[in-house]
Design a protein. Structure first.
Length: 80
C-alpha cells in the first residue's frame, strides 16, 4: 500500500474550495476536523469531532455542491 492510498483527494479538493470561497477558515477547528477525515477517514473522529463535522462541514459541502450544480446548469443554458 502506498503512503497516500488512504487520502481522499476528492474531499480535499472540495474542502479547499470551501476555504477558497471563505466558507471555512483555514485555521479553524472545522478545517482541522476536515483534514483528519481527508487523511484518516470519518471513523477516526472522536464523538465531538463527528458532531462538528456533521454540523458544519457536511452541510457546507452539500450547500456548495448544490451551488456548483446550479452554476453548471446556468452555464449550459448560456451555451444553448
Amino acid at each position: 500500500m502506498e503512503h497516500n492510498d488512504h487520502i481522499n483527494y476528492e474531499l480535499h479538493d472540495r474542502i479547499e474550495d470551501l476555504v477558497g470561497e471563505g466558507i471555512i477558515e483555514e485555521k479553524s477547528a472545522s478545517y482541522g476536523v476536515a483534514l483528519q477525515v481527508i487523511y484518516n477517514g470519518y471513523g477516526s473522529l472522536s464523538p465531538e469531532q463527528r458532531a462538528l463535522y456533521d454540523a458544519v462541514i457536511a452541510p457546507a459541502l452539500q450547500k456548495r455542491s448544490i451551488e456548483l450544480e446550479m452554476i453548471r446548469i446556468m452555464n449550459l443554458n448560456l451555451i444553448d
